[in-house]
Design a protein around this ligand. Structure first.
Ligand code: ZN
Length: 267
């Protein structure tokens, strides 16, 4: 081994064992305490049906980059180019809230929701994390990183779930140091799937979409042995006080491709 190579290896090892801490890497135990105090019991990840099926088959939430590099399937996201530019393409995202439930409308990222027990923060699966101040799709080139991430948990504690509800939706956890994969087990506690209340034509027959998809998802969930994980069909019989049935209905009429992108098991 040449001297240069040996030096390079040593430096790489040192960097790996002691990565240069960024002031935006926050302490997960402190965050756990803050979330507990705010009554938050779960962390969430919403996605399209087809990308969620990839995650279930792989047993992990995966970064956009991981799925791409491993030739797995995921639905296109218009944010991919931006995510690459801002260095978050290989990151995994978690929300503090069930956005659909909180905002009473469909989740833009998709109708399938993974809910993890908050105890995941105390496990070895997560080392450090970042929290965004606003959704990364709203980040701008000329902004400093401090406009994107909290550098102080007390600031997050003061802001989150206070006054401006808009702040809540943009705040999410970004996991950078997990090589693009977060195991579903053992902290996945629930899977929630939207019923869009739509009837579609399949080979000349009218079928209730959530029944069709439910059967499809059941195959995957069963095959992958998630049978013990709690499941919920959101709005099984009605969607009082929620806009999603209306939104999905309009999508069915005027933006069918987007409906397909969200719900189709293999678009
Ligand atoms: Zn709804």
């Amino acid at each position: 081994m040449t001297l240069n190579k040996s030096l390079k290896n040593t430096l790489e090892k040192r960097l790996k064992n002691n990565p240069m801490a960024s002031k935006f890497d926050l302490n997960k135990s402190d965050l756990y305490d803050i979330l507990k105090a705010k009554g938050i019991t779960h962390l969430y990840h919403a996605n399209t049906v087809s990308t969620s099926i990839t995650f279930l088959n792989q047993g992990h939430l995966l970064s956009r980059k991981y799925v791409q590099d491993n030739n797995l399937f995921q639905t296109p996201q218009y944010t991919d180019a931006k995510d690459k530019k801002f260095g978050i393409f290989d990151d995994v995202f978690l929300d503090f809230i069930d956005i659909h439930k909180e905002w009473k409308k469909h989740d833009f990222y998709g109708p399938f929701l993974f809910a993890f027990d908050i105890e995941i923060l105390r496990s070895d699966l997560i080392k450090t994390l970042r929290i965004t101040k606003k959704n990364s799709s709203n980040w701008k080139d000329n902004e400093p990183e401090k406009d994107w991430y909290y550098s102080d948990l007390s600031e997050f504690n003061d802001n989150y779930k206070k006054e401006n509800k808009r702040n809540n939706i943009g705040s999410m956890i970004i996991l950078k140091d997990i090589d693009g994969k977060l195991p579903l087990r053992p902290y996945l506690s629930k899977m929630i799937f939207d019923n869009p209340n739509l009837t579609v034509n399949l080979k000349g027959e009218k079928k209730y979409l959530s029944n069709l998809l439910g059967a499809k998802l059941y195959e995957v969930v069963n095959d992958n042995n998630y049978i013990d994980i709690k499941r919920e069909l959101r709005h099984k019989h009605n969607a009082f006080q929620c806009q999603c049935w209306w939104e999905y209905n309009v999508m069915h009429l005027v933006r069918f491709n987007n409906l397909k992108r969200l719900f189709h098991p293999k678009p």
